[in-house]
Structures are given as C-alpha cells and as structure tokens.
Design a binder for this molecule. Sequence first.
Ligand code: BJ8
Length: 426
Amino acid sequence: MADKNHEMWGNLGMDLETHDQLCAVLPTAFGDVYLSQENRPEGMDFFNMVVADIHGIRPAELIEAQKNGQKVFGTFCVFVPDEVVIAANGIVTGLCGGSQFWVPEGEKVLPANTCPLIKASLGARFGKTCPFFRIADMYVGETTCDGKKKAYEILGEDVPVHVMNLPHSKRPKDFEAWNGEIADFIKVVEKETGNEVTLDKLNEAIKIVNNKRRALARMYECRKNACVPISGRDALLVMQIAFFDDPTRLAAMVNKLCDELEKRIEDGVSVVPEKAPRIMLTGTPLAIPNWKIHNIIESSGAVVVCEENCTGTRYFAHEVKEDNQSMEEAIASLTERYMSNINCACFTPNEGRVEDIIRLAKEYNVDGVIDLNLKFCNLYDTEGYFVERALKEAGIPVLGLETDYTDNDAEQLRTRIEAFLEIIRG
Ligand code: BJ8
C-alpha cells in the first residue's frame, strides 16, 4: 500500500520527502489522542481506518473518479452549497488545513499574523504536501473573513478559484444577493463539469446532503444524553471526516455508529463517569487534525458534548427543503437554509449565534462553555464579547481561550482548563 501511495503522490507532483515527515508524525499523534481512549464504540473502526490512510484511500478514490470524468471541487467553508456540485456529478472535498506542519510554508506567502487555518491551507497547497490540494480541479472560496478573501487571490495564481460573494448581513437584499451567487455558482459548476444541473438532479443532491445532515444530527442527539456514549474526540473526528468522505457512505457509517450509541444509552454504557463535567465548545472551526483542545479537556476528566462551530452544529443543523417544483424554488430553498441558519461571526449583527449558544448549552445540559478562538481570527475574538457576556448573564460558566496549531501553549492551556473544571466541580 505504501508503495502504491508513493507512486500516486509522485504522480500528483507532491514533495515526497517533506510529505514523508508528515506521514511519520500523524500515527503517533492519532495514537496519543485516540487509541489511548478506553471503551470506544466499535463503529469508530471505519473512521480510524480513514485516518490511518488519510492521504491514501480517499485521494485514490478521487483520482479514479476523475479518470471517469468527474470533477473535484475543494472548499473551505460551510457556506458553499455541496448540493450544486453533487447535482452536476461533481465531488466536494473540504480543504481547510488543521496542522501546524503546513503553517511555515503558508507564512512564506501570508503575513505571520494570519489565522493558522488560512496559513495551513495555503501551506498545504504551496508546499505540495497534501494530495487533496493537488487533486481538486477547482477551489471554491467565499468572502467571509478578510484573511480568506485575500488568500484566495494568492491561491488563484496557482489553481482555478471561484469565489462566492457572501453578504455580511441578513436583510432581504442580502438574501437576494446570495440567491444570485448560488445561481452563478450553478453556471460555474456546469461549465467546469460539462453537466447540466437539472431540477431532478438538484432535488436528488439535496436529499443526499440532507441524509448526511440527519445522520450527524442523530449522533449529536446521542451526546445530549446523561449517559455519554461517545467522547467529544471521537465525535469531532467523525465531523472532520464528514468534510471529505463520500456523503452517502459517510451517512451510512454514522447511522451504523448511532445504532450502537443508542444501544449504549439503553444499556447505560458511558465513556465517562457520571459526574464528569459536560463542556460545550464555541467559536472557530477545528480542521483535521486539530484535536488539541478536545484532548486537553477530556484528558482532564471532563467530556465535550457539543461544538457550536463549523466542524460542529453549524455544519449539519437545518435541512434544505426537498422536492422543489422548479429551479427557482430549489435555489431559494438553498438560499434559505444557508443564509438563515449559519450564524458565522462574519455577519453583523449576529445575535442569532448568541441565541444558538444559549439554546445549545441548555439542550446539551452543559456545565460550562469554552469559547475557543484561533489566534488572529478577529471576527470570533471580537464576538466573544457578546458570547461571554450572554453566557454569564445566563449563569453558565464560560472560559475564553485563544490558541494556534502549535503545542507550545499546551501546558498553559491545561492549567487554565483544569482550573475552570475545578470551579465547575466546586
Ligand atoms: S462559516 S467560521 S467555515 S468562515 S477562523 S478562516 S473566519 S480568520 S473559518 Fe469559517 Fe465559514 Fe465562518 Fe464557518 Fe477566517 Fe476566523 Fe480563520 Fe475562519
């Protein structure tokens, strides 16, 4: 398998020597964070296997699909409607970088005070050390934060990039503008794939993505229970893999996992002792393999039961209306789901997010919230003012943390998290 992978990576024009260094560290990191856990659900076996050959299995599938005429679209944000790509017989793969390994290469083209997610993403492209970045025929960006906007211009010199212009408010004219962006995106995807996005195909794609959303929502439902059948680390891994795996297979695997989780709840099988503090994370997304904060929280005796972020509830909450009767209606249904319900900090005002956080804290019966910010993400950092104030007013303990992808601050974070857990336990 290793030889086959090397041949594939070589054909993709990757820097094999540097990439080998990444391949050497990932298994240890995964072993430390994941395989050290006790009593993991058997349904995690599929997800373990995906990570064990993360740059082998799925990239090989994508290359095979390309040989059969399919196109691959790389995305960086939950605002890009996967449904459109799937309707044109294309494939979506999430590209957000979650490893410090890629950051120095990103810093060669970006200011150092850019958020690590953006630096890692560009580093993975320009350093030629991620097959997904090599395989994607087209990248799809979006105007969310300033860092990403400018980063897409730099990427655009190296790879075809289409940028969706996301309005930053939610007035009727903003919905109209986003509706127009989706209609334009359909044309771009049709041109790239050579396939027409028909109403039937779009309705079918909406069902595929909704099924995936339902499966992920089912997993989150299980996490609401007093008996916690899955760790936050494992749930996070499922979410991270959901961004690049085949959506139909992913939904099947998550549903299989959920059968087991529901049985565990019935039988009272929990991954943590009854009194373990229940923590919710809010804030910036956690791209694979960013497991740092979950690992610190859970190895300190607490359990993460919910993530209010784009690698959490914002990814799957709310479905798109199915069985639309016309293309106009289908596009309006996509507009409605994406614009109304995703409360990214790029919006102003963004009271919906604060309401979501308070509601989720209650639904998941959390003992405390950690408001997590990726260093240099001004949007979430600033919005933390409202988030933390609202949580305090609601009597929910909150801890604001800022970090990057390095491990330099791990001990300091552990001290702060342990002190927070002590307060909660007290
Ligand atoms: S909808 S959260 S996926 S933009 S963390 S790159 S915002 S500086 S990732 Fe995001 Fe879409 Fe919003 Fe979600 Fe910029 Fe902040 Fe970095 Fe961010």
